[in-house]
Design a protein around this ligand. Structure first.
Ligand SMILES: [Zn+2]
Length: 176
């Protein structure tokens, strides 16, 4: 059976440097994509994201996804970091794009790994922040179609991505 590493690796066929067909090689005991022509190793690193758990009166804000994967499911606002972008800067940018608010003083909660089944699929390295301060009127935009405030004790069942569910579990402990 293919594991997640094999699934992600099978999405890439050609060397991004020289265009030759990639092969799988054992490197430090791990299967890695490798170019037999120019020796390039296509390391599969996780992709970093930043997400904001907006909290008000023991309620957390969830957003409804307007795009695949998991279109129509509840999500935590946030997104992929840009190239060489600091996580806090990416968080502020994403929440401005998705909710039209300017957040300040985010508090780091933790890191949660995830599987994001886009094409190609991604291993995600998700940084979560608790946000209690922001300015501006909440208005969903971009990848978000609507939002709702949910009691931390009564979260909906259709929450996308295991990383969200794990982060919300830790948030619940924090708010108790
Ligand atoms: Zn190559």
């Amino acid at each position: 059976m293919k594991n997640f590493r094999n699934i992600v690796q099978s999405s890439f066929r050609f060397c991004p440097l020289c265009g030759a067909r990639l092969k799988i090689n054992k490197i430090h005991g791990q299967s890695e994509l490798f170019c037999p022509k120019c020796n390039f190793v296509f390391w599969l690193n996780s992709k970093p994201t930043a997400s904001g758990l907006l909290v008000k009166n023991k309620k957390v804000l969830l957003v409804k996804r307007g795009i695949q994967p998991h279109k129509g499911w509840w999500d935590v606002p946030g997104g992929f970091l840009d190239f060489h972008e600091k996580p806090e800067i990416g968080l502020v940018r994403e929440l401005k794009e998705e909710l039209n608010i300017k957040v300040s003083n985010p508090k780091f909660l933790g890191i949660y790994l995830g599987k994001y089944f886009s094409n190609p699929p991604q291993s995600t390295f998700n940084l979560y922040y608790v946000v209690t301060k922001w300015t501006g009127e909440l208005r969903p935009a971009d990848d978000v179609v609507k939002y709702k405030w949910c009691s931390i004790n009564q979260l909906p069942k259709d929450i996308a991505f295991e990383n969200n569910r794990l982060a919300l579990k830790d948030l619940k402990k924090l708010l108790r």
